[in-house]
Design a protein. Structure first.
Length: 255
């Protein structure tokens, strides 16, 4: 199956039709690009060290739109360290930067004796009905996603997402693959019809206290619109074993 991206050089990639956006179908949905940046950070890590630092914080700034076309990436270590490091990665189209990621990587250790969370579990994927997101959104990325959703109210839902489309035409980690789905959160339980109100996100920050497992990725999402053109999509992230972290997205709300 054709992936979201094909590698065309050491730091160059070509987006495929599966990345087609929801706001404009000839622009990329930013979700796969976020996964691609997570992958290049992990690839850079593996080229420099072999001690298995894990991605724990992914903070993306979305600097502009991306056509469905060629992109290039760069990776810079901002704060090297033996057990913790901060890395910056950038994705560009032509001479213009479009997405910037700052990622904290941390050394794992055995904390099973104290593991636990006050975050609540959500109904599993087999307990949620199938839902077709293309009834709300166009584009190749949305069409590539399988969704099971329980909607409580506009802007409030629990749902599970997976895709059969690989992120890249080379092996990638489960964390990078999952990162390529995170940005779907802003469109799976809309507060307003996107044909009447635009509400794209300008960023995405994910905190992961546990690496995502295989299978469905779960979202427990709340969307808020303020009275001054601002909004926030907040999600507790799950895999099939339970909560694993959180995702937040700042929105620009434009009726």
């Amino acid at each position: 199956m054709e992936p979201y991206f094909r590698r065309t050089g050491d730091a160059a990639f070509a987006a495929t039709a599966h990345t087609g956006g929801a706001w404009k179908t000839d622009e990329q949905h930013i979700a796969p690009a976020l996964g691609l940046l997570a992958h290049v950070v992990e690839a850079d890590r593996d080229a420099r060290r072999s001690d298995g630092l894990v991605l724990t914080r992914l903070s993306y700034d979305i600097l502009g739109v991306l056509p469905v076309g060629d992109v290039t990436t760069t990776v810079t270590v901002l704060r090297p360290g033996r057990t913790i490091e901060l890395v910056e990665a950038t994705l560009a189209h032509g001479e213009r930067d479009a997405v910037r990621l700052r990622a904290w990587l941390m050394a794992p250790r055995d904390t099973a004796a104290v593991a636990g969370t006050a975050l609540e579990a959500i109904p599993g994927p087999t307990e949620c009905p199938d839902w077709d997101p293309t009834t709300v959104w166009p584009g190749g990325f949305i069409a590539s996603a399988q969704v099971r959703r329980t909607q409580q109210a506009p802007g409030r839902a629990t749902y599970w997402v997976r895709t059969d489309v690989p992120l890249l035409d080379e092996p990638v980690s489960r964390t990078a693959s999952a990162a390529g789905l995170l940005d779907i959160a802003n469109g799976m339980t809309v507060r307003a019809d996107p044909r009447a109100v635009a509400f794209p996100n300008v960023d995405l920050t994910a905190h992961l206290y546990s690496a995502p497992g295989e299978g469905w990725l779960g979202f427990d999402t709340r969307v808020s619109f303020g009275a001054d053109g601002l909004g926030l999509t907040e999600t507790v992230l799950h895999d099939e074993s339970g909560p694993i972290g959180s995702v937040s997205q700042m929105l620009t709300v434009r009726p």
